[in-house]
Design a protein around this ligand. Sequence first.
Ligand code: FAD
Length: 413
Amino acid sequence: MEQFDVLIVGAGHGGAQAAVALRQRKFTGTIAVIGEEPEIPYERPPLSKEYFSGEKSFERILIRPASFWEEREVRMLTGRKVVSVDPEARQVTTADGATYGYGSLIWAAGGHARRLTCGGGDFVGVHSVRSRADADRMLSELETTTEVAVIGGGYIGLESAAVLAKFGKKVTVLEAQERVLARVAGVALSRFYEKEHRDHGVDVRLGVTVECIEGTDGRASGVRLASGEIVPAQMVIVGIGIIPAVEPLLAAGADGGNGVAVDEHGRTTLPNIFAIGDCAFHANAFADGLPIRLESVQNANDMATTVARFITGDPEPYNSVPWFWSNQYDLRLQTVGLSAGHDQEVLRGDPATRSFSIVYLKAGRVVALDCVNATKDYVQGKALVLAGAAIAPEQLADADTPLKALLGTTPAA
Ligand code: FAD
């Protein structure tokens, strides 16, 4: 059995950054990363953006080139899936029956795309967008596709829709809620993106329920809605969230459910086992200390660094401000903070100019911003979120006043 001082499960954003941060912090022990996918760590966001659109090759989305891992003596054990963890023996077992021992285990396994459970959900032509293999499968079918149905109006669904619309495909977005991005953004942003997609020829359907996938010989030909209507589609993209990949940890006795529970240092309830990234359920200061899972590169990277600090004897609790981005058409959305639970939205600028921000307030304090083609607001707004600044909505709405000028001001009584 091979033995490593630190064994990382999951060769994605969090896993890669954990190894990088350990070496940056002069950790000299042995490190291995076990990854289910055949590739060394690559960036996932481009799968629905620049990689999918052909603007970036796979080599350009690698987190680090292969030589980087070799030089730093980080063993990449790719194409191997961990199926069980034995916390007492401090070892994991992979699907091929091999066992690996560890001093510390960092679980960075992310999640698997949630699949449709309705009829036809496994037909050829039905896709998730989680891995390079998923994106390559979609790309290989593009030539024979004229109509695409995107199930789920979240970021991944909308980004894919934008790329496909640019490719000239007839795209229909099917969203169960009454607005797109309902889980992550306020109403004004949802309405803006719905209009943008419609202006680009995408048919955005809201409040619709998918009944099943239609098809012949196991190949998709459309999506049947509860109304009985069939939306024709040779390609169906399913963007309905992820299921955290934590079964082996929960089976080993770790606390959790929707992910695995960790404390402010990324420690699970099992000894010497940490968890980071999409699969880690943690109390987040920007969610009023409530336990949440965040699905973002920022969170994966910063949690990785938190764990590397702990392992190298320089602990610092996880307390990073959440941020995120999304590219659709020529729009770059940058989000800082968490808008969930806000009670007020303030618009800065005019959405018709396609450069504006939305400031979210909770009990009079700035908790988040969504900035569309407005990087300055994003950068300066971060300080307001960090400070939990209480600023009068009229001041925030005045796009001629830079946000940094508002820090330290107090709202009018
Ligand atoms: P991942 O990067 O998913 O890595 C987990 C790895 O673990 C995977 O390779 C998985 O195969 C592997 N694994 C799972 N189970 C096992 C096992 N049992 N054994 C071994 N290996 C295992 N975030 C942003 O901030 N901005 C964006 O614009 C953005 N766009 C996105 C677009 C797409 C299409 C997707 C899919 C995600 C996007 N995200 C974006 C989210 C971001 O990519 C994730 O939050 C981030 O990748 C999480 O990192 P992670 O290390 O937790 O998980």
